[in-house]
Write a protein that binds this ligand. Sequence first.
Ligand SMILES: [Zn+2]
Length: 537
Amino acid sequence: MKAFKCVLILLMLVVLAGCSNLTDPIQPADAPAQLNTLEATDSKNHFLWGYYNLDFDLENLTASAVPDRVSMTHFNITSLVQPPACYDCLELEILQYNPQSSYIELKVTLKNNTSVKGYDVRGILLPKVDGIQLLDAESYTPLWSEGAFSSLNPFRTFAHSVPSRIFYPQYWDFRIYEISYGVLGNLGKIGYAVDVSYPGNCEEPYEILVPSEPAKFIENYPTVVTVQILDWQEDVEWAIIYPYPLAMSDYSDYMQMTEGADNYWAASFSNSNDVSPGYYYLWVQAKSMGTDVVTWNKVKVSAQDAPPLNTIYVTYYAAVDTGGNLPFLENPGGTDFEFSYTIASQLRSWANLLWNKYGFNLVDDGTIHIMDENASDWNYYHLDSETEVASMHSNYGQSATPDTLNMYFVQTLPYDIETAFCTLPADGGLSNHKRQHVYHVYSPNVYFWEEVMAHESGHAFGALEDIYLLLPFIGYYCYDLKNDQPPNKQYLYCEDNAYYPGNLMWFSMGWSIYAYDLTLGQADWVEWFNDEYPESW
Ligand SMILES: [Zn+2]
């Protein structure tokens, strides 16, 4: 029973976290027109364990699943995996009913009264009319869709957290269905199929995970949409996305997604059709080797107008060694890359590609300022202590007029940092977060990394916390991170939602700048920060 205790706890978490998206101004896209309904008989290891019609008694707030014998006999049921023979194999309970928002939350409990191990046992919601949505769909399938309004229907999988998603004989499990039903009359028109894979896991992708944070399309800037495609056999053949109405000319137009690490697939495009600001759903389809059954899901994206730009003036300072040489990046087998204005300016352009979307524009004075080694007792070329860092800024940046965001380029950084860092005020909190106190220091390792200056600017503009320091999978969250900061750093902004590789402050290195974004929460915070403290950031 241990495994199922685990399932129950996970389900409780899902319930607590759900239901937040009822008031979204959602504009669901139509299903691509040319989709074909795939008959379940096309797949050799999918079997129907039952086909039901959902029956709601809203006066007494009860619901039941009524076996649909006609549909059952219509589908070709194989004797190998007989449906569970019992009257209470599928039990429904209404957990929430909200007529104002046309929302019903249904707990569906399934028992396996057979003697076989079922794999990937899915409860597929099969609306027979338009306007019904499953808000917590895991993915969508064309299986068993005959008689349903759409050829793609949402499902949730029982024994979801059990290894290999095996539904053992004599076990039971439940899944919560968050249903938005449109008009009341629709509730009587929902079919429900229980699909089981046998004798092993399904061959098609078993789930397409979509990010909880919608990808943001700001003006015409390219944005990367990423999904994670899970497949038991690890043999995903291809994945495509349907970007209309944002890009391309029709719902049936699609583009290929590219496979990356950890089963992530991505596609980059922009809102070239200039759709109005709002939320949109885009279909993603994935196919694996050895089966014609495909798996689908919808990715939520948002289209937004770009905010007006705040100009941030920046000044580059470069340290030189005793021979007057600038910091350089060692190029094995080639010429070293010496620091230059071109490199700094390129980093700034990359940073602007991201920050223009959020209302900031970095502008430099067209040159690099050399820090004159002979004028100081300190060696800034190899920074090796906090004292040297502070001295460098007080000798150069802090004394400069007018005040700008200062960026220092040196050969080595203190504290064993190999990339770059941003210093924030030691005290005074928000009101002290001024250009005078906030500055960046860069090592040569960052010359060709597109996201570095953008990331450091996240610290400067909005005191955004480094999300990569979180370890949610071992139970370490923003709350803990903030508590580990000195009390005067409590104004740093942290958001657990931002823990994903494409987040600018999560800082996965080496990607194209287009792959990065901020969460809406981070973007709002930066905007608020700038409004509230115009002299700071
Ligand atoms: Zn950082």
